[in-house]
Design a protein around this ligand. Structure first.
Ligand code: INI
Length: 155
């Protein structure tokens, strides 16, 4: 018989860390609200959630490494907003954030979820932070809950 393994969508008995950057806080605070909403709807207890704030998305990967070392959490989500605007800085910051989060996640025993928006405009970022096309913070929280349960099922 084929065995299927899937992660449940309940946050009961799980502990999570949310790393969120302050740069473009109009957007990132909305991502955080979306994430907290998803955790609440999935029965994650408030005292099982820790929010860690970084200055920008560039600092998120190093913070993930530090949080992983505590061994306290069942999963981590990373929230940020890198917006192109007029600056070439965008390419460096977005590339480092995305690469760094992916590589920290690959070396970890718990899921590390990428919820950093990379957009051309503030409007596009706001659209993805609840204004139009869903809320990527909400999606990131649902993903980490599913993945944390999946990791436990896999054993
Ligand atoms: N940080 C962001 O999170 N988003 C951005 O759009 C951004 N831009 O465009 O510059 C940004 N820069 C700051 C960066 O993340 C670091 O905090 C800074 O370079 C100090 O290391």
């Amino acid at each position: 018989m084929v065995k299927f393994i899937e992660g449940k969508l309940t946050g009961r008995d799980l502990e999570f860390c949310i790393i969120v950057s302050r740069f473009n806080s109009l957007v990132t605070e909305r991502l955080l609200e979306g994430a907290l909403d998803a955790f609440e709807r999935s029965e994650t207890k408030k005292d099982k959630l820790t929010v860690v704030k970084t200055p920008g998305a560039f600092e998120i990967p190093a913070t993930v490494k530090k949080v992983l070392k505590t061994g306290k959490y069942d999963g981590i989500i990373c929230l940020g907003a890198v917006i192109r605007g007029e600056t070439p800085h965008f390419d460096y910051v977005s590339a480092e954030a995305v690469k760094g989060i992916a590589s920290a996640g690959l070396g970890a025993d718990i899921p590390v979820i990428m919820g950093v928006l990379t957009t051309d405009t503030v409007e596009q970022a706001l659209d993805r932070a609840g204004a139009k096309t869903g809320n990527k913070g909400f999606d990131a929280a649902r993903s980490v809950i599913e993945m944390a349960n999946l990791y436990k099922e896999i054993g």
